[in-house]
Ligand binder design. Structure first.
Ligand code: SF4
Length: 491
C-alpha cells in the first residue's frame, strides 16, 4: 500500500497531468485503424515490392510506415536474408562497425505506479525497493567506472523520493564522482515523463539523452497494463513526454516499446510514427530506439505468459526493419537478450549495447550474485562481464566505443543528424572509438581482451590510413599520448 505521503504526491501529480491533458493541443498521432489498414493492405507483398523498398532503404532515405509494413509482412526467406544484409550495410555506412557501450545505473526503484509487467509495481511485496543516498550513489558509480564504463543510463522510479530535484542532484553527483581516469562522461536518463519546467532543470545539469518508452502504442492495451488513477495511466502524457523534453531544449530523446504487450508489427509502426512526429514538429527524430522484450519478474504473472510473445525470428525482423526505416537513429540492444541472440542481432543494425549490467539499486556494489530477483525489476538473460562482452565484440570484428564526444562537443539533436548525414561519423566517431577503446585496453582490460583489442585497433588505424590519409597522423599521435598516460583525448 502507498503511504499517506506517497498518495498525496501522486494526487498532486495526477492533478498536474489532468490540467495538461485539458490544455495539450497536439493531436494523437497513433491512428490505430490506419496502422491496421496498411498492415492488411501490405499483408502479402510481392517480390518486386519488397525489392523496391529495400533499394530505397539502402539509399538511406528512411521508410514511410506503409513501406515498413511491406518488410514486416514479407515471408520470403531469401528476401528476409536480403533485408538482414541491407540492415547490416546501412549500419556500416552510417555508424561504421562500432558498438557504443553503456551500463544501466538504477538510482531509485520505489514507484507509485502499478504496471502489470513490472517487478517494481507498488503492490508487489515480493520485490524490495530503495533509493540511493548520494553517498551510496557515488560508491556505485566508482564500482562502475572501475570496470571501465564511461556512459550510464540513470534509471529512476516514479516516486516522491526521486522527483526532478533529486534527479538533478544525483546526476551532478554521478558526474562529480569521477577521479580523472575513472569517470562517467555522459549520463543518459530513463525516468518518468516530466513537465517542461522540470525538463529544463535536468538540461541545466547536463544530461545526455532523455528516454521514455511508450511501452505499447495500442491504446486499449496501454489502458489495461497501466491502471487508471496511476501516473502512468495517461497515454497522452506519456506519448508527448519527449515533445515536452524537446520544448525544454533537450534535443537528444529516446523512444522505445516493450515487445510482448501487443502485436509486434503494430508496435514497430507505432515507433516509426513516433519518430516521424518528433521529426515533423522539431526537425529531429529520436536519438535512439529501444525494443526490449518482456522478461520474467518475480511475482509478476503477466511476465511468464505475455499476451503477445515475440519469438526470436520476429525479433530479428523488428530490429532489421527499424534499421531500414530510421537509418540515422541509434538502435539499442540490451542484456535482456541471451548472449547467442545478442551476437546475431548485433549484426542487424544495432549501434549501442549495455554490458556487465546489474538492474537493482546497489547492483554493482551490494549484490553477491549476478542476479537477485527479489531486488530486480525483471531478470536479465546476459550477465557476462563488460570485459567478456568486449572480448567477444573484438573477436567478431567490432570496435567497442566508450566515446561521449558528440554530447560534450554539443553535437546533439539536429547537429548530430546533420553530422551523420554528411558521413562525418567516419571522420570523428571511428577515431574516437579507437581512442576510447585504447584507454579501456590500457586501464581495465584482461590480458586476452587486450591482445585481441590491440589487433582490432591496428586494423582500424590501417583502414583509417587508407580512407583518410591526411588524418591518420593525428590519430597515431593521440594514441601515443594515451599510451603515455594522457586521457580523454578526442577528435
Ligand atoms: S514500469 Fe516503471 S512506472 Fe510501471 S511500476 Fe515499473 S517502475 Fe513503476
Amino acid at each position: 500500500m502507498l503511504s499517506v505521503e506517497e498518495r498525496a504526491w501522486r494526487t498532486r501529480r495526477l492533478e498536474m497531468i489532468k490540467r495538461y491533458e485539458e490544455t495539450e493541443s497536439r493531436a494523437d498521432f497513433i491512428h490505430e485503424a490506419w496502422i491496421w489498414r496498411i498492415l492488411s493492405e501490405k499483408a502479402n507483398p510481392d517480390r518486386s515490392e519488397v525489392v523496391e523498398v529495400l533499394a530505397k532503404a539502402r539509399e538511406l532515405k528512411g521508410l514511410a510506415p506503409a513501406e515498413a509494413a511491406v518488410l514486416l509482412n514479407n515471408r520470403d526467406p531469401e528476401l528476409r536474408e536480403e533485408m538482414f544484409a541491407s540492415a547490416r550495410r546501412i549500419k556500416e555506412q552510417v555508424y561504421g562497425n562500432r558498438i557504443v557501450l553503456f551500463a544501466p545505473l538504477y538510482v531509485s526503484s520505489p514507484c507509485v505506479n502499478n504496471c502489470a509487467y513490472c517487478g517494481f509495481r507498488h503492490t508487489n511485496r515480493a520485490v524490495s525497493r530503495r533509493t540511493f543516498s548520494l553517498d551510496e550513489l557515488e560508491g556505485e558509480v566508482r564500482a562502475l567506472t572501475a570496470q571501465g564504463h564511461k556512459r550510464v543510463i540513470a534509471v529512476y522510479g516514479e516516486h516522491p523520493e526521486s522527483d526532478a530535484d533529486f534527479m538533478c542532484r544525483s546526476i551532478e553527483r554521478i558526474y562529480a564522482a569521477g577521479n580523472g581516469r575513472g569517470e562517467i562522461r555522459r549520463v543518459n536518463v530513463n525516468a518518468p515523463p516530466l513537465a517542461v519546467d522540470e525538463y529544463r532543470t535536468l538540461k541545466e545539469v547536463g544530461i545526455g539523452t532523455f528516454q521514455v518508452f511508450q511501452e505499447t502504442y495500442h491504446h486499449e492495451t496501454y489502458r489495461r497494463m497501466h491502471p487508471a488513477n496511476t501516473l502512468k495511466g495517461s497515454y497522452r502524457w506519456r506519448l508527448f513526454a519527449l515533445h515536452r523534453a524537446q520544448e525544454a531544449g533537450i534535443d537528444d530523446v529516446a523512444i522505445g516499446a516493450l515487445f510482448g504487450l501487443y502485436d509486434w508489427r503494430f508496435e514497430v509502426l507505432g515507433l516509426i510514427c513516433h519518430a516521424l512526429d518528433l521529426e515533423r514538429e522539431f526537425g529531429i527524430g529520436p536519438h535512439t530506439i529501444s525494443f526490449p522484450r518482456v522478461e520474467p519478474a518475480l511475482n509478476t504473472p503477466f511476465t511468464t505468459r505475455p499476451s503477445h510473445l515475440v519469438n526470436d525470428e520476429d525479433f530479428k525482423t523488428v530490429v532489421a526493419v527499424l534499421r531500414c526505416a530510421v537509418p540515422y537513429t541509434g538502435l539499442i540492444l540490451t542484456c535482456r537478450e541471451r548472449p547467442e541472440l545478442r551476437r546475431e542481432v548485433l549484426g542487424l543494425g544495432v549501434s549501442q549495447a549495455d554490458a556487465g549490467s546489474r538492474i537493482a539499486v546497489g547492483g554493482y556494489t551490494e549484490m553477491e550474485r549476478e542476479q537477485i530477483p527479489e531486488r530486480q525489476q525483471f531478470q536479465l538473460a546476459d550477465t557476462r562481464s563488460l570485459d567478456g562482452f568486449i572480448y567477444e565484440l573484438c573477436r567478431d570484428g567490432y570496435i567497442p566505443s566508450f566515446c561521449t564526444s558528440c554530447y560534450r562537443a554539443a553535437r546533439t539533436g539536429c547537429h548530430f543528424m546533420t553530422f551523420a548525414k554528411k558521413g562525418l561519423v567516419r571522420h570523428f566517431c571511428i577515431p574516437n572509438a579507437v581512442l576510447t577503446f585504447q584507454e579501456y585496453l590500457l586501464d581495465y582490460a584482461m590480458p586476452r581482451t587486450r591482445a585481441v583489442g590491440q589487433r582490432i585497433i591496428a586494423q582500424y588505424v590501417a583502414r583509417f590510413a587508407e580512407q583518410l590519409p591526411k588524418r591518420v597522423g593525428r590519430l597515431e599521435e593521440l594514441l601515443q599520448r594515451i599510451k603515455s598516460g594522457e586521457r580523454d583525448l578526442r577528435f
